[in-house]
Ligand binder design. Structure first.
Ligand code: HSE
Length: 339
């Protein structure tokens, strides 16, 4: 399977590492021979229709851009042109999230779909602003659009809700969907520090998004709610439909007051009658009361009651494992389609 990789930061590089680690198993177990025919980053692109050497391109990237490749590099070549012109079955889009207008990821995804390429993305921006339209476009062009790494990193939250609970009906969803804010609230409560200090620690450890307001103002959680509402519950919603409150105003005193009742404060995203993100007091015995950077989501289902999934919601290799999951899923669907 020929793959174009758009974006070559932590997640893109982790994906390549994962492919080199799993290469033999992918062939043996799934008949999947991934071939990276192009990589586009901010500096340009590297293209080799016979497949780029993955170890070599990771070394070249250390110097700045894949376009520095002396044999296959194309400095300044735009990702859009690469997606349009290079022959491939799949586009893996892992550029940074922009929730204002979803760009440039939105254009990359639309271009790929219109060119008949299947899309795997870990970028929440395009989905938060245009998921209903993108799903329609993908259906019309008969390609798969997959994005399991956008919610929960490597933890298969979307797959649990959509695939494993198939035949059931998810009535409502609630949970902790942002590792950074969970880390901040946990540190405030356990170390007795104020919000600003805990945020600084989260930034130093690389948990927070480039723009931490995405995390602390609840926008990242809101994007994930939009993705779950569309994908799992069939609601045609976008970011505009979410009532969003962040955690900036939470003080150490608020947490201490909650503690007196054997409770704590968590940033909870919920989908019920509406979509809402807000800090809430929950019991320390609540199954959603997970520490550190963990995510935890409870699906309230029609016939199986409550089902909860807990796991690490971020990280390079974790998110790369979600891309690989999507790749195997697309390959399996295509095999069935052509039998
Ligand atoms: N900043 C996000 C988080 C990364 O803290 O959960 C994963 O989406």
């Amino acid at each position: 399977m020929r793959i174009i990789l758009v974006g070559f930061g932590v997640v893109g590089q982790s994906f390549l590492r994962l492919l080199t680690l799993r290469y033999k198993e992918l062939i043996q177990n799934y008949g999947l021979r991934p071939k990276i025919v192009a990589i586009a980053d901010r500096g340009g692109a590297a293209i080799n229709e016979r497949g780029l050497d993955m170890e070599r391109i990771l070394q070249i990237k250390k110097r700045g851009s894949v376009s520095y490749d002396p044999d296959y590099g194309f400095p300044k070549l735009q990702a859009e042109e690469v997606i349009e012109k290079v022959d491939a079955e799949i586009v893996v889009e892992v550029t940074p999230t922009n929730i204002q207008d979803g760009e440039p990821g939105l254009t990359y995804i639309e271009t790929g779909i219109k060119k008949g390429k299947h899309i795997i993305t870990t970028n929440k921006g395009p989905l938060a602003v245009a998921l209903p339209a993108l799903t329609e476009l993908a259906d019309y062009n008969e390609v798969y659009l997959r994005f399991s790494g956008t919610v929960g990193g490597g933890t298969p939250i979307l797959d649990l809700g959509r695939k494993c609970l198939i035949g059931n009906r998810v009535l409502s969803i609630k949970g902790i969907l942002n590792g950074t804010t969970n880390y901040i609230l946990t540190e405030m409560s356990e170390k007795g520090i104020e919000f600003d200090e805990a945020l600084k620690m989260a930034q130093e450890l690389g948990y927070a998004e480039k723009d931490p307001s995405l995390d602390v103002d609840g926008l990242d959680t809101a994007c994930k709610l939009v993705i779950m509402a569309n994908w799992i519950m069939g609601k045609k919603v976008t970011l505009k439909d979410v009532d969003i409150h962040g955690i900036r105003h939470i003080t150490l005193k608020d947490l201490k007051d909650a503690e007196k009742k054997d409770c704590t404060i968590k940033l909870i995203g919920s989908i019920d009658k509406g979509l809402e993100v807000k800090p809430m007091e929950i019991s320390k015995k609540d199954i959603l009361c997970v520490p550190g950077t963990l995510n935890a989501v409870t699906f309230n289902t029609e016939f199986a009651g409550e089902e909860t999934i807990i796991g690490r919601g971020a990280g390079g290799m974790e998110t790369a494992s979600a891309i690989l999951r999507d790749l195997i899923d697309i390959k399996s669907n295509l095999s069935v389609r052509y039998i």
